[in-house]
Design a protein. Structure first.
Length: 107
């Protein structure tokens, strides 16, 4: 339970960094007030690497944003830290096995 709460805190700081710059482990560790090595160790105990946590955070945020009516694809891509919608679209297809457009039109 503690690991899950910790990961949510890390994700919060990752989300804050995404629209501005790639959320480095150094910045995230500094924001949560711990050495990088401690953050890496805690993530490993949770079965994750830092890059996997960033990808997981991007995926969850992408789904949430795409579920919002009227959200533009370019705005979603920028919010996730992608410079262009095509990079976001490729990542989303890797995560979900479908395009963001197909995800939106499901149901």
């Amino acid at each position: 339970m503690q690991d899950r709460r910790s990961c949510e805190v890390y994700k919060k700081y990752i989300k804050e960094q995404l629209p501005v710059r790639y959320p480095t482990i150094d910045n995230t560790a500094r924001r949560v007030g711990m050495p990088v090595r401690t953050l890496q160790r805690r993530l490993k105990e949770s079965g994750l690497s830092y890059s996997e946590l960033v990808e997981q955070t991007r995926y969850e945020l992408a789904c949430r944003l795409l579920d919002m009516p009227g959200a533009k694809m370019a705005a979603v891509a920028r919010a996730l830290g992608y410079n262009d919608p095509s990079s976001f679209s490729r990542a989303f297809r890797r995560w979900m096995g479908m395009s963001p457009r197909a995800y939106r039109s499901r149901d």
